[in-house]
Ligand binder design. Structure first.
Ligand code: PLP
Length: 369
């Protein structure tokens, strides 16, 4: 008998707890040495020169965009299928999001449509890509287009810690990378947290100032910044999670491989694509089912003690807070995808028995022809 199969799971070991206790004992809770260590280790793992810890992934995106100079009226090209927070900072800065549809297999920004939309733009300023569900976006054509039009690239890697594209770690490919450590992510800090990665010292300095009231090294408030700091306790947790992350990514890839194999001949369901030049880290394992069967499918899995999620139930431009500000958007692939997608349980410790149980539950669902 299998217990409820949870959608995701979080792991904390005793060493993490001990290090948190040490920080508590130290009395040094912000702007301390543990954050510096975490930043340096995260920079090394991400193969960049600088990593700047911030309070969450949304702050990482906001500060990264500010640091590259995005401001009112700037056109920022973003995928139509992503989490809301890829785009809310664009709106917060009074810049203009320009939605680009996604590739129907990769579910990340479609480079051909990106090129068309940039060609038609009046004031193109930047490209934001999301490595969605842990699948790296198709960065070669995107960075070619960025170079051609001289546009900076922000990578939203909130769902893709240590994923690789052509042997390069995500967050190191564009001008600046943004990560989230929200508890359900592939690694967490035991609460909200985020990181900005870059090789550009000017972007790193600006982001460091912006997260700390706009103060520079000499203590002067040189830009208008607020408080977006990452504290010492969270950095202590993050260091251990980062250490464990390569093993956890392998665990996710193993689980995804098992799903791929067992679901290959279920002809009414589409499993995620994989590519030789990309190392997917499976933050989610989304399958596509017939849109009008999705609720019944989820209820059926729920009856079989299998948790599922939806990421996400509508494209970003269809969200009420965005819809009125952007007008009509041509992104049918993203819209359709959002109606068909269901995320299956995915975490590093998912056992073969649990995967078999999920697959048996899926196979026992009767699809109306
Ligand atoms: C793709 C993406 N971008 C940005 C964010 C925002 O991160 P946070 O929740 O840490 O602010 C998330 C996660 O929630 C995300 O999945």
């Amino acid at each position: 008998m299998v217990d409820n199969i949870s959608f995701t799971d979080i792991y904390m070991d005793q060493e993490t707890v001990d290090d948190v206790a040490d920080v508590l004992d130290s009395g040094r809770y912000v702007k301390g040495p543990v954050l510096e260590q975490f930043e340096s280790e995260f920079a090394t793992a991400s193969e960049v020169d600088h990593a700047v810890g911030v309070s969450n992934g949304t702050a990482a995106l906001l500060l990264a965009m500010k640091a590259i100079g995005i401001g009112p009226g700037d056109e920022v090209f973003a995928p139509a299928h992503t989490y809301f927070a890829t785009v809310s900072p664009v709106l917060e800065l009074d810049a203009a999001p320009r939605f680009v549809d996604v590739d129907p297999d990769r579910y990340t920004m479609d480079p051909a449509q990106l090129r068309e939309k940039i060609r038609a733009a009046e004031d193109p300023a930047a490209i934001v890509v999301t490595h969605m569900h842990g699948q790296p976006a198709d960065m070669d054509p995107i960075t070619d287009i960025a170079a051609e039009y001289d546009l900076p690239v922000v990578e939203d890697a909130a769902q893709a810690h240590l994923a690789e594209y052509d042997g390069q770690v995500v967050g190191s490919i564009g001008d600046v990378g943004c990560f989230s450590f929200y508890p359900t992510k592939n690694m967490t800090v035991g609460g909200d947290g985020g990181m900005i990665t870059t090789d550009d010292p000017a972007i790193a300095d600006e982001a460091r100032a912006l997260r700390n009231h706009g103060r520079n090294e000499e203590g002067k408030h040189v830009v208008l910044g607020l408080n977006y700091r990452l504290d010492e306790i969270k950095a202590a947790v993050g260091r251990h999670q980062l250490d464990a992350l390569p093993d956890w990514s392998e665990g996710r890839q193993r689980a995804a491989g098992a799903y791929d194999e067992r679901l290959a001949n279920v002809d009414w369901l589409v499993t995620p694509a994989s590519y030789d030049n990309a190392e997917h880290v499976y933050h989610h394992y989304p399958v596509q089912v017939p849109a009008d069967e999705r609720s019944a499918f989820r209820a059926h899995l729920d009856d079989h003690v299998v948790d599922t999620g939806i990421h996400y139930d509508r494209a970003v431009h269809e969200q009420p807070a965005v819809r009125d500000r952007v007008g009509s958007v041509d992104a049918p692939v993203a819209e359709e995808y959002c109606r068909r997608t269901v995320s299956l349980p995915m975490h590093p410790q998912l056992s073969t028995e649990e995967i078999d149980h999920v697959v048996d539950a899926i196979r026992s669902f009767e699809v109306d022809a």
